[in-house]
Design a protein. Structure first.
Length: 239
């Protein structure tokens, strides 16, 4: 199995922190975000990783090289801004076998993706990691059938919503059929231009520690609070 890591963004919200260092190479608990993600993917059965790079591509390639933790690393460089969907479409030129994981390059979580991998069936187009949050007002929500887990609707952020909800966790598992939903253009959003049109898209509900490190505040929170959880999970996976 292969995986794509989306790591080509400018990371403007992190300011000087990522002026010379790609966000995916920031360290959390003595390991880079990339190392944490690769460990997570290897645990789920991934054997090769494609980095969808762009900003600071040369720095990323020089520091990472052609392998990490025994896993081959390939690069597909964005020559212009492609959006999340365009970046996935571009990176899939390097994918030779499906199913394929796709991860946002700033996501950390403390649970295994093995159950998600084993849930994908041939008739599905894909599965999204749906993270349950206690207060979903600040997020777009995933509405799904509780029995089949089929995603029925993508609801925009609603500040009047009360209570918990499932949000897009930035971790996807796709069969090759997902490519038929990609628009015939280079730049587009997977969240807005693809997912709402996919017929067989399902959720993998997840309730656990999850965070994206896209702001200095969340990066500091991850460094202060997630290291132990991540290392504990890794230890359990190796037993």
């Amino acid at each position: 199995m292969q995986a794509i890591l989306l790591c080509g963004g400018l990371s403007t919200r992190l300011g000087d922190i990522t002026r010379d260092t790609p966000k995916i190479l920031l360290e959390i608990g003595g390991k880079t975000v990339l190392q944490h993600q690769i460990e997570l993917l290897v645990d789920a059965g991934v054997e090769e990783v494609v980095l969808a790079s762009g900003h600071l591509h040369d720095v990323l390639q020089e520091r990472v090289g052609s392998s990490l933790a025994g896993i081959p690393i390939r690069y597909v460089r964005e020559e212009k801004k492609l959006g999340t969907g365009g970046a996935i479409k571009n990176a899939m030129t390097a994918i030779t076998r499906f199913p394929t994981f796709v991860l946002n390059g700033d996501i950390l979580l403390d649970a295994s993706l093995r159950d998600m991998a084993s849930s994908l069936r041939p008739e599905m187009d894909g599965i999204l990691l749906g993270v349950e949050v206690d207060d979903a007002r600040s997020y777009g929500r995933l509405i799904f059938d509780p029995d089949t887990l089929h995603i029925e609707q993508f609801v925009e952020k609603d500040p009047t919503h009360e209570g918990a909800g499932h949000i897009n966790g930035g971790v996807y598992l796709f069969n090759e059929s997902i490519k038929s939903y990609f628009p015939d253009r280079d730049s587009f959003s997977v969240e807005y231009d693809v997912f709402p049109h996919v017929k067989e898209l399902y959720i993998h509900p997840y309730k656990g520690t999850w965070i994206d490190i896209g702001t200095p505040e969340r990066l500091n929170f991850a460094r202060e609070n997630l290291t132990h959880l991540i290392q504990t999970h890794r230890g359990q996976s190796e037993e």
